[in-house]
Write a protein that binds this ligand. Sequence first.
Ligand SMILES: [Zn+2]
Length: 615
Amino acid sequence: MKRTLLFAIEELNKYTRMITGKDSRVSVSVDRENGAGDIFYENCEISIERGEGTIAANCERAALLGVYAYLREVGCRFVRPGKRGEIIPEKNAEELSAHFVFSPENRHRGITIEGAVSVENVLEIIDWAPKAGFNSYFTQFTTSYEFFERWYKHKSNPFLEEEELSDEDVRRYFAEIVSEIKKRSMIYHAVGHGWTTLCIGIDCNGWSETEEDLSEEKKAMLAEINGERKFYKNKPLNTNLCYSSEKVREALSDKVAEYAETHPEVDVLHFWLADDFNNVCECEECKKRSVSDHYVKILNRIDEKLTEKRLDTKICFLVYFDLYWPPDREKIKNENRFIMMFAPIFRSYLQPFAKASEADSAVMEYRRNKIEYPRSTGTYLAFLREWKKVFKGDSFDFDYHLMWDINRDFSGETIAEVLYDDIRSLKGIGLNGLISCQIQRAFYPNGFAFYLMGRALTDGRLSFADIREEYYSAAYGKYAPQAKEIYETIKNKVGFAYTGGEKCASGTNPDLFSALAYLKLKEENFIEAKDCNETVKESLKILHFVVSNVYRAVKVIVLKEENAPREEIEKADAERKNYFNSRELEFQPYADGFYVNMIVDGIIEAKAVGIYADE
Ligand SMILES: [Zn+2]
């Protein structure tokens, strides 16, 4: 029997025994119409009466997703990865009935590796993802080294000692991760940035700097900026090439075709240019055309080479930075080969797609290497509209709600609401789903937004309130009202509009003072968990940690607002950091210390601006 189908049956048996104490009497099969070879198509019919029946899917992944959808239907909840994130009810087999067709709302429902991760973190996310409704996973670069390095080296936490991490370790972790993705038949996305460096012989797995001197031949391939061809700010990954050069285009398309051929496990191979912006080639030939025109030429060459090799691998192209402006002359020839990825990285996460300003809907003028990207969401929607005119193929949103702002929004409530709104806008703006570029440990201040992402992408009928109720009642059980009250109070008193930096209040903010009093009281007299399951206990433990950390962060902000002596501010700030860092291990699977520290430090520093004019 096939691997994923076997796994789906094992999962069904495992959870059925946990629910009823007995083996499952439901058969799982793959025998429905397969969607004409469309690898993204998923359909599963669940027909179960009093514990007996069938789960019949069109493909193995849909069978596994169907099993989890059925388990949810009978009361199981998966609010976080791991055992302490599950709610499994106890029932008799006779109480297990479900009749529905699992047919997800969006074909692209994925998670991209980012943040600081241990191998266990990633494996747990992959295990949890289909339980939460996700169908895709994206490992960036060829080994994702940088994300592991951030965790194992513990550079952001003086309480933790640097651990050994060799390239060999990371390659082994990576192989394990890919194996778990394939075990679930998830759509496997790979690479993204890094092709530009592979062409000059560097396998880049992050944004590290180099002093390396290149040969004249290789240097000639780099973009010319201000008359010089060299690594952009010493970062190979952020260095564009001279795309008008046929040699460069051939080298890039060769590398992609070669990779697709030697990595048949990859379903969607991402071909992106360099990271960073205002760094494209200024040579006479490059300037004659838009960057997108050169890009599309390479895309068409990739397609020709893959066709020659009889490979079905999908190529994902990126609408990002200079590529926001669609090509004026070149056209993608074989649209079926490609998926368009819209990545509005600088947009505001306080302004959902549906509330984008009409005033910003004009297409910005292109100025080579002199572009200032605005935060207004409308600007990016205008770019998308222009691209939709020249590309009619499949596409998705590649977005960053849970990358930085999950830690900027201290309550996790506002970012969840914006995320929900955006997911519900996808169809209207012509996108077939979301691949989220985000920290993996996005369960702090809570897992609400991450949970909501999976649910809203999968089930188009659910309202924000439905998902919120479902999450809170599963995660906090009988303590849901108290948990809601705390998160809502944080939202109201230290809102995302304030910490998100768009309404950077100067002078005193009365809500901050009342927040401080409230948080102090809650920290000292926190909910005492009694007669509840381990998952609820864990949720409350995370919430207590949130209260303590937000209390300490607000305390520093208030001291700044009050113009307290510098030593007093520094002391409180050190106490805040020590509090979090000394407990990071205890909350490791939920809170990404690397990002929490970076973001909260940033918020606190920003609050100094405007208060201390001399700084
Ligand atoms: Zn050039």
